[in-house]
Design a protein around this ligand. Structure first.
Ligand code: HPA
Length: 301
């Protein structure tokens, strides 16, 4: 949405019109109102599906599918493997808002724009956010295809979505990040993984800007500073979600071992292929976790 404001140049008589973008909060409110006008459902749980992991949204019932291009001021995803639509529907009995694809810093968006859809979800009433991604495995105990629950992250993207004037309507200037990934949700995800015979694993995710994959030396550095996984997403959304007081669960799918761990080159096609291969397990885990998080929201608020 662009609002045109009249501006006079005082040094000469030229009159120009400058585009003035409404503030982020107003944009998020407008986009949220638009999305809610498309459905009767009022989900409190949001999901963001990463590269190659989008098909969870295909089986939702009572689904309304809204292309990002139709949502006012929403950024459009250009990455391969990202459908680029917001699906509001039900997984079993649980209403959910599912982003089938996201935008990334490497597409040229600022961290604040990358986090804008999270802002919209928050203004729609989402209280629990499940972030998913494809990641490179640094911890050699993970194999290709492993599902890993994030216990923490390291932001090496060189940007933060909260940079700039703080809007208190979203949250505080200096939000605490001690409990970025909700302990209770992590426990639930680990318990449900175990029940599904998925090895219960947790790890620390290092976020880099990309789009080039890391060098083997960078991966050795990341391992030395405590990272188990590496990827190019999730962190801006997690920061914005915590800023707004949402509780976050994040799940990585290890689509490849990170650079230099195996003696071979990385390939985005392989990343998508492995995502598709573990899709069954991934969907089963999400389906098991959702009613439990819905129950938490009801009992603990
Ligand atoms: N590095 C960064 N991002 C990724 C990788 C990786 O190895 N695999 C999937 N996303």
């Amino acid at each position: 949405m662009t609002v045109w404001v009249y501006a006079a140049n005082l040094r000469d008589t030229t009159v120009t019109f400058l585009p003035m973008t409404p503030d982020l909060f107003t944009r998020a409110e407008s986009a949220a109102a638009f999305v809610l006008s498309q459905t009767e459902l009022r989900p409190q749980i949001g999901l963001v599906l990463g590269s190659g992991l989008g098909s969870f949204a295909d089986d939702l019932t009572e689904a309304v599918r809204i292309p990002y291009a139709h949502i006012p001021t929403f950024p459009r995803s250009t990455a391969i493997g990202h459908a680029g639509q917001l699906v509001i529907g039900k997984s079993g009995d649980v209403p959910v808002a599912v982003m089938q694809g996201r935008v990334h810093l490497y597409e040229g968006y600022s961290a604040a724009e990358v986090a804008f859809p999270t802002r919209v979800l928050g203004r729609m009433g989402i209280r629990a956010l499940i972030l998913t991604n494809a990641a490179g495995g640094i911890n050699v105990e993970y194999g290709q295809g492993a599902l890993v629950i994030l216990c923490d992250h390291i932001n090496l993207q060189g940007q933060n979505p909260l940079t700039g004037a703080n809007d208190e309507r979203f949250g505080p200037r200096f939000p605490d990040m001690s409990y970025t990934y909700a302990k209770r949700y992590r426990e639930i995800a680990l318990e449900e993984a175990k029940k599904l015979s998925i090895p219960p694993r947790e790890g620390v995710y290092a976020a880099l800007a990309g789009p080039s994959y890391e060098t083997p030396a960078e991966i050795r550095y990341l391992r030395a500073i405590g990272a188990d996984l590496v990827g190019m997403s999730t962190v801006p959304e997690a920061i914005a979600a915590r800023h707004m007081g949402m509780n976050v669960l994040a799940i990585s799918c290890v689509t490849n071992m990170a650079a230099g761990i195996l003696d071979r080159a990385l390939d985005h096609e392989e990343v998508l292929e492995v995502g598709r291969r573990v899709m069954g397990q991934f969907i089963a885990l999400l389906r098991a976790v959702l009613p439990r998080i819905a129950g938490e929201l009801q009992t603990r608020g």
